[in-house]
Design a protein. Structure first.
Lengths: 369, 99, 354
């Protein structure tokens, strides 16, 4: 596969790995956060830990949309599926995310009409095929995914499709990064920036991290070579005493982002004053809601949403893992009460969550606790 | 956090101009290209696909540049190793590079 | 009259608890949840030495004959898909459970649960498909049963097949005969069946020219057993839950490790493409016409050459080996020297977008 296989070339990976080994200062540690769950997944999936110097520690960030979705929002979404003649559509990732009364899959097994879709457009098509039903799309995701929801909604509006709605849970990554940077126990030297979010937002939104917090940010792709090269650039910036935003993923990410997508976001969404993140708490201006003119398609307006609040289980130390204070296996619940089959904490929920990725892929015997 | 995969445009939909048939490793799906700024998309182009939408057109030149630099990194290594083969102050050279 | 194989009789099963309130789809997906259901709820009630082995087929002695029996229910949507249909699956799947237990298939029985309103032509086609598959494998379908349920109570038709086989010679295929150093042979590319079904459902709107790999594997097994004797330690057809789940079941049984070489695992481009697009791991995807064989190291190359020389075995590969450590773990080494753990499938494989 072009643009995949070249970036998994074992010879080139050895080059970067060797270069990193030579460049790192053995006298110090490096704590680098990969913000995006896709990076976390790739790091474990490709076993990249094994080709990095020991004194580079990777801290897995908050960029996993199903992980940070509060349990109460899952309950709220599932309450929609309990309405008669209603089809609730979710991405596959959502199907196993537990609310207080079970997961979408479990509710489906009891007879609710919950369907998995690959694209929000597939949910809209379902609404057109079933004019006698209402179809609600359980929208999740960061800036990467939100434009797809926006375009789907604009199409519903243009075609006057009224038996369709969006339960909007889109969030934005920068406020979460700021929350982590502002946390007093934060100990991170640099960031591997979220490559696919940046196709939409561009690289400018991270400039405050370099300017105000003095931390390097390197926007990176998701293949092994991309991730290793980004880590190398961060190390080089740290050694040079620099802090700047760099774009390692130039083949995909334009520095200024995607104007058409940003335009669609601005037309459809407004920032919520605040939104709850599992593991991080309430963060101001960190999520998107539909603008008032889209009320006819806003599930939060069209349905009576209970507005469930569920506090994170105290014993789960997701917040500490997110901030890099703890490694996944250092959490008291890791692999015991909390495992991918029955997640207690946010980070065990999706295979992109730091803990689930660690549980699933890390060679457990080789892991230092 | 967002799974997106490169695919190659096979054909543009004759009826719906915002729809492209895209090939990923031999499987095909219709992809909405309404988010792309460059409207002149043609069969053979590579795009990045996420939830049925194209997020960006892949820059062939940028990809080639990146790979060329990574390959050059290996050649530099080889050169350094050859120098080390002549065994003068390899330690110092390595520290110099790190400093 | 019926005596269990000695090995199974002494097996001490780890106690598995089943405390789920309801049956969920994941209990049928062949992964961890299925295992909990079977070992925690069903098997304890029927406890006996033959069942304790929990292998694909029960192997025991009847007089001086060693026989294997197996039963399998087939529920698949859609009923027909590229490369096969529920009828062929029902015959080949049961034959393969016998085959990987080292048993030559001798007879099949079939039970149909039919939904009122099912087109007779549909049933006719499936019965013909079953007859064809049985004939190709030289096995007779000697009996069965038919039930009809009200419309809406089943997905067109369900088929259950029961198979009887005769164990070849003194073959014993036992997970605990596997030794460190043994090699893992895989008969061909993985994931064809699972991805074909996933795409045939149409929800994902992905087109491919993939076909299910459903076929009987007995010809390969017979040749391997003849050529390698007890150099063949254990076999399994990696159906639901895929290669990952089959190998995890092995290492949980024998307290060893399997280390796979990722680059050597045969995979069709289209399966890979679909898996990359949907965020799935091909090692978790179901197969219906492949088998895994654990081989003594000195027999491995000959066994590979033999399978490759047979029609349909050209893409077979040695994909890994057995080690002592880390116990109860399946590892995969990436082409650049990274390592990851391959876990059993948790629930159904669901496409990821994030």
């Amino acid at each position: 596969m072009k643009y995949v296989d070249e970036f998994r070339d074992p010879d080139l990976i050895r080059n970067v790995s060797r270069e990193l080994a030579q460049v790192v200062d053995p006298e110090r540690d490096y704590r680098i956060m990969e913000v995006c769950g896709g990076h976390t997944h790739a790091i474990y999936r490709h076993g990249l830990r094994d080709v990095l110097p020991d004194n580079i520690e990777l801290v897995h960030g908050p960029g996993c949309p199903v992980c940070v979705l509060p349990t109460g929002r899952v309950d709220d979404g599932l309450s929609i599926a309990r309405h008669p003649d209603t089809i609730l559509c979710c991405f596959g990732d959502m199907m196993r995310v537990p609310g207080t009364q079970g997961t979408p899959l479990e509710l489906k097994a009891t007879g609710a009409d919950i369907r998995m879709v690959y694209s929000p457009l597939d949910a809209l098509a379902l609404a057109q095929q079933h004019p006698e039903k209402h179809v609600c799309f359980f929208a999740i995701g960061f800036e990467t995914t939100a434009p797809s929801t926006a375009l789907t909604l604009l199409r519903a509006q243009a075609q006057g499709i009224r038996n369709f709605s969006i339960f909007c849970n889109h969030v934005t990554i920068v406020p979460a990064m700021r929350a982590i940077l502002d946390s007093p126990d934060m100990r991170i030297d640099g960031f591997v920036g979220p490559g696919h979010v940046s196709t939409i937002t561009g690289c400018r939104p991270y400039e405050f991290i370099a300017a105000d917090y003095g931390k390097p940010v390197v926007v990176a792709g998701f293949e092994p070579l991309d991730i290793l090269e980004a880590i190398l650039w961060i190390v080089q910036q740290l050694h040079a005493g620099e802090a700047k935003v760099e774009n390692q993923y130039r083949r995909i990410v334009p520095w200024e982002g995607n104007r058409a997508a940003l335009g669609a976001l601005a037309r459809v969404f407004a920032l919520r004053p605040y939104f709850e993140w599992r593991g991080l708490g309430f963060i101001s201006q960190s999520a998107l809601a539909l603008r008032p003119e889209f009320m006819p398609w806003d599930a939060e307006v069209q349905f009576e949403i209970p507005g469930v609040r569920v506090t994170d289980p105290k014993a789960a130390q997701c917040g500490e893992v997110l901030k890099g204070v703890l490694k996944p296996p250092q959490c008291k619940l890791f692999g015991k009460e909390c495992n991918p089959e029955r997640p207690v904490g946010a980070l065990m929920v999706s295979s992109e969550g730091a803990c689930a990725a660690h549980y699933r892929y890390a060679s457990r015997q080789l892991v230092e606790v | 956090m967002c799974l997106a995969i490169p695919g190659q445009v096979v054909e543009m939909d004759a009826v719906q101009p915002l729809l492209a048939k895209v090939d990923v490793g031999g499987v095909r799906r219709n992809v909405n290209v309404g988010l792309l700024e460059q409207s002149e998309l043609a069969p053979g182009d590579w795009i990045l696909i996420h939830v049925g939408f194209a997020l960006s057109k892949i820059g062939e030149e940028e990809a080639r540049d990146q790979l060329r630099m990574l390959r050059a990194m290996g050649e530099d290594e080889l050169a350094i190793e050859e120098v080390r083969g002549y065994a003068f102050d390899a330690e110092g050279a390595a520290h110099g590079a790190a400093g | 009259m019926i005596a269990g194989e000695g090995t199974a009789a002494v097996r001490t099963a780890r106690r598995v608890r089943f405390d789920d309130a309801r049956i969920e789809m994941s209990h049928g997906a062949g992964g961890k949840a299925s295992r909990r259901l079977v070992e925690g709820l069903i098997a304890p009630a029927f406890a006996n030495p033959i069942l304790a082995a929990l292998s694909d087929a029960a192997t025991f002695s009847l007089g001086d004959r060693r026989v294997a029996t197996t039963a399998d229910g087939y529920v698949v949507r859609p009923l027909r898909f590229p490369g096969g249909s529920i009828g062929e699956l029902a015959v080949n799947g049961t034959l393969n459970d016998l085959a990987v237990s080292g048993a030559r298939p001798r007879a099949l029985m079939a039970t149909f649960v039919l939904e009122a309103g099912l087109a007779a032509d549909m049933l006719r086609a499936e019965v013909a498909a079953m007859a064809g598959a049985a004939e190709r494998a030289c096995v007779a379908i000697v009996g069965g049963d038919t039930k009809v349920v009200e419309h809406g109570f089943c997905d067109g038709m369900y088929v259950t097949t029961f198979g009887l086989g005769e164990v070849e010679g003194d073959t014993t295929l036992d997970p605990r005969s596997v030794r460190p150093g043994d090699r893992v042979l895989l008969s061909g590319p993985i994931g064809d069946h699972g991805i074909t079904i996933l795409l045939a459902r149409g929800e994902l709107e992905i087109e491919s020219s993939l076909r299910s790999d459903t076929r009987p594997v007995w010809p390969f097994v017979e040749a391997l057993l003849r050529a390698c004797g007890d150099g063949v330690r254990w076999m399994r057809d990696p159906t639901r839950g895929g290669v990952a789940t089959a190998l995890n079941e092995l290492v949980r049984e024998n307290e060893l490790a399997v280390v796979l070489d990722e680059a050597s695992i045969p995979l069709r481009s289209q399966v890979r493409g679909a898996c990359e697009l949907l965020g799935l791991d091909p090692l978790h995807i179901a197969n219906e016409g492949q088998f895994l064989a654990l081989l003594a190291p000195e027999r491995a190359d000959a066994a590979l050459a033999l399978v490759r020389s047979m029609p349909g075995g050209e893409e077979a590969a040695l994909i890994g080996e057995v080690r002592d450590e880390p116990a109860r773990t399946v590892l995969c080494v990436t082409p650049y020297g990274g390592t990851r753990t391959i876990d059993m499938l948790v629930g159904d494989p669901l496409p990821r977008i994030c």
